[in-house]
Design a protein. Structure first.
Length: 101
């Protein structure tokens, strides 16, 4: 039995970063092959980190990905939300603070 490989956030970022075409090509190939053979997994943490990195606005630098540049981002968000549903109790910092006040 072969274990699936976990994809790091950097691979996802390089896939959308046009500043490094060689790394972008490698990331694209890795993701396409891994998805087609079902040999990779993208951890939830990597998706969150990816979204934070590519949508970050910095002075003088445009974000790598914007809502306008990614028409499928709404679909991607719905897919991620649907695939990461959690049926257990929802615990947040707010609910924990409410209990202790």
């Amino acid at each position: 039995m072969v274990a699936a490989s976990l994809i790091d956030t950097n691979v996802l970022v390089y896939r959308f970063d046009p500043r490094f075409p060689k790394k972008q090509a490698i990331a694209t190939k890795l993701l396409r092959e891994g998805l087609s053979t079902d040999s990779i997994r993208i951890p939830h943490q990597a998706v969150l980190e990816f979204m934070a990195v590519v949508t970050r606005v910095r002075i003088g630098i445009k974000p790598l990905l914007t809502q306008a540049a990614s028409p499928s981002s709404g679909t991607a968000k719905r897919t991620i939300k649907r695939n990461t549903r959690y049926s257990g109790p929802r615990r947040t910092a707010w609910t924990r603070m409410d209990r202790h006040s």
